[in-house]
Design a binder for this molecule. Structure first.
Ligand SMILES: [Zn+2]
Length: 248
């Protein structure tokens, strides 16, 4: 994980001013700070492309979507900017309800913790009636690297370490089954086992268990390797059920 996020990196005067009571005063000056790019221009250009090539070209599709969303998927993916399911699976608006977080983890059912994830699962199943929940791991995951490095006496984070610890059972299983694995091999094994751990945690949600029992819901694990551009579905032994390995 990058250590650039510490507060010392921000000008001290701004840290003092940045409290929630004077947001109005702060937001405009922040936008005027010298940045490495023009965010307004980038967003406007991107929206213009979407409006011309998608929204305006398919009025019926978007009119129908405006009435109601009926996504078939709930997808858990990492917040990593390289692994957006919308991009890699060519999803259109309305196709997938998204939950993205550090290392694409699903915590076990707990009303006192992780309400954000719990609310997404509850809503996706009870209100949207999604048919498939998919957890997608990926190569070179910084969150999984951090999980592997724990415990770390030298560095600690406010939130990250506690969050990635959700994957501890996956790490322990890999270390027990592959005691000699190190480096890249260990990283990949934990990335894949962590997907299995999250699928197991999904089963702790009563709505997930009920959906599966009623044959209205399926859970799937997947793994995207952005180094060689390969996607695969995973089963419990990390055996590949079906690989998408298109050369074009
Ligand atoms: Zn990641």
């Amino acid at each position: 994980m990058s250590k650039d996020l510490n507060k010392e990196a921000i000008e001290p005067r701004l840290v003092e001013e940045l409290d929630q009571t004077n947001l109005e005063k702060i937001i405009t000056p922040v936008l005027q700070l010298p940045l490495t790019f023009d965010p307004i221009q980038r967003i406007n250009d991107g929206f213009k492309h979407f409006k011309i090539n998608e929204f305006n070209k398919h009025p019926e599709y978007f009119q129908k979507l405006a009435e109601k969303q009926k996504p078939k998927f709930l997808m858990f993916a990492c917040s990593d900017s390289r692994v957006s399911p919308t991009n890699i699976f060519n999803l259109r608006p309305g196709e997938a309800f998204m939950a993205r977080n550090i290392a694409n983890m699903v915590p076990a059912f707990d009303k006192l913790k992780h309400a954000g994830v719990g609310a997404i699962i509850e809503y996706a199943i009870l209100a949207l009636e999604v048919e498939v929940i998919m957890v997608i791991g990926h190569s070179r995951c910084g969150g999984i690297s951090r999980l592997i490095s724990l415990p770390d006496e030298e560095t600690s984070y406010d939130f990250i370490d506690r969050w990635v610890s959700i994957g501890e059972p996956a790490k322990a299983k890999v270390l027990a089954e592959h005691p000699n694995a190190t480096g890249q091999e260990l990283q990949t094994l934990v990335e894949k086992e962590s997907v299995m751990n999250s699928l197991g945690n999904l089963l702790s949600y009563p709505y997930v268990r009920l959906g599966i029992a009623n044959k209205k819901l399926k859970v799937l694990g997947g793994y995207y390797d952005f180094v060689c551009g390969k996607f695969q579905f995973l089963d419990v032994h990390h055996h590949i059920e079906q690989t998408t390995n298109i050369q074009e």
